[in-house]
Every structure is written in C-alpha cells, then in structure tokens.
Write a protein of this length. Structure first.
Length: 275
C-alpha cells in the first residue's frame, strides 16, 4: 500500500477519533437543553425522556438528577402520573443531594424531597398503612457522614500528633504545670483519636461497600429469599431510601429501619455515587 494512502487513512482515523467525543458531548448538551426547555414549558413527559436518556448514557450530575426529580414530580402534579413517579422523583432529589457541593441545590433538593415524602405519607394514611417513610440512620453512620473521609483522617493525624506531644512533654518537663498540661493534652487527644479513627474506617467502609437505592414502586412487599411474601407484610413506602445488602437474580435484599427483607430488584432504583 502506498505511503500516501496509509497517511490518508491514519489522518482520517485521527479525525474520526477526535470528532466522536465532541459529537457525544454535543448530544449530551443538546439532550440536557431539550430536557430543561421541556421542564420549563411544563412538558413533563418530554423532559423525563431527555433526562432518562442522559442517565442511560451514564451521565452523573447533581443538576441532572434534580431536574429529573422535578420532571417526575411535575407529572404527578399535572395529573398524568404513572406508577412509581413519586419514587423516581424522590430518587432524583436524593441523588442530587448526595452528589452536589452546592448548598443551595442541596437545600432545594431536601425541601422537594420532603414534599414528595409528605405526599407518600398522606397516601399511606389513607390506606391505613404506617406513615414512616424516612427512618433515621444509625448513630455511627450519621456521625461518619458529618465529615468527609479525608477530614476524619486529618483529625486522626492531628490528634495522634497532639497526644504524642502531650505524652512527651509530660515525660520530659520538669515543671509541674508543664507536666499537668501535657497530661491534659494527651488525655483529650486520646479519645478524639479513637473517635476519628473509627469514623475514618466507617466512612471508608461506606465509600467502598455501601450501596443504596430508592423504592420506585407503590407496592414493594417484603418477601423471603424465595420470593414468598411474608403474611401481613406491609409494603415498603414508595420513595424510601434503603440499603442494598445483597442481590440474587431478580431479587434484592434491603434494609429499611428495622426491616431486613427481599424485594423485587425492579422496585428499586440505585443511587449514583461519585468516589
């Protein structure tokens, strides 16, 4: 093959490889723009189509999740609700709150989530079902989530240094006041070090292993591993945030407050995370 032909082929391949990401970025931008325009115009179904297309492409973004939640909530508000819309709205708001570093967006997502879950609770009251839709997390997980894993690590290092200096001063100082000061410093730094290390490990475990999802079905009844519904089992609330412990076939084992049960995987929508 002549060298000039090879050069043309190589050049064409280079142009195509450069153009493909650009085209993908343009399509993503166009989908997001069309979705926000449809949302602004009150066309909930069109907005959902655009935002879901972006999610199918693996786009993870707090603003996208928030707008997707708004689109599902809008479809409920205008009377065109499909089964699971409240759950999908809650999932979008939960995801936006987890992903964003913008305080205002996090607050907006929290308020929208409260409204959605209030509607779920209202419907459950009407059906005579328990109204709890957002059980509190465990104390350790709540504490670990107060600060980032890196922040807990820095606190642990600082406490370790402070404790070591306090012990050194207590051992070496001749003046009683200095020895007392060193003892106090090490006595305070010790418990701080223990707590910071524990929270660092807890935050690391959650980052690496914790998988969460939101219930997007109005009738997700707890079952056993064989898929047999427990007698008298109350459906998990639509829009509830659950921990996914295991998944086998079409079933997932979840924890929701004191409930540890299996439900259909199709009744769940995972929460995206950015490590």
């Amino acid at each position: 093959m002549p060298l000039c032909v090879v050069a043309v082929i190589v050049g064409a391949l280079a142009i195509l490889s450069a153009a493909a990401p650009a085209d993908a970025a343009d399509d993503t931008s166009a989908l997001f723009s069309s979705g926000t325009a449809a949302l602004r115009d009150g066309r909930a179904a069109d907005a959902i189509g655009s935002f879901e297309a972006l999610a199918d492409r693996g786009v993870v973004d707090a603003a996208l999740s928030y707008d997707r939640g708004l689109a599902y909530a809008m479809r409920v508000r205008i009377g065109a609700e499909s089964s699971g819309d409240l759950g999908r709205a809650a999932q979008g708001f939960e995801e936006a709150r987890d992903l964003t570093h913008d305080v205002r967006l996090a607050d907006d997502a929290s308020r929208a989530l409260t409204l959605v879950r209030s509607e779920v609770a209202r419907r459950r009251v009407r059906l005579g079902e328990p109204v709890e839709v957002d059980p509190a997390r465990s104390l350790s997980r709540t504490l670990a989530g107060l600060l980032a894993e890196d922040t807990w690590s820095v606190i642990a290092v600082a406490a370790s240094v402070a404790m070591a200096l306090g012990l050194f001063v207590r051992w070496m100082a001749g003046a009683p006041r200095a020895r007392i000061g060193g003892g106090v410093a090490s006595g305070i730094a010790g418990p701080v070090l223990v707590v910071a290390v524990a929270m660092t490990l807890a935050a690391r475990h959650d980052r690496m292993h914790l998988r969460e999802a939101v219930v997007v079905a109005a009738n997700a009844r707890p079952s056993d591993q064989r898929g047999i519904v427990a007698p008298g089992a109350t459906p998990l609330p639509e829009g509830a945030r659950v921990e996914v412990v295991d998944a086998r076939g079409t079933w997932s084992r979840v924890r929701f407050g004191s409930i540890d049960a299996w439900i259909a995987s199709s009744a769940l929508r995972p929460l995206a995370r950015v490590d």
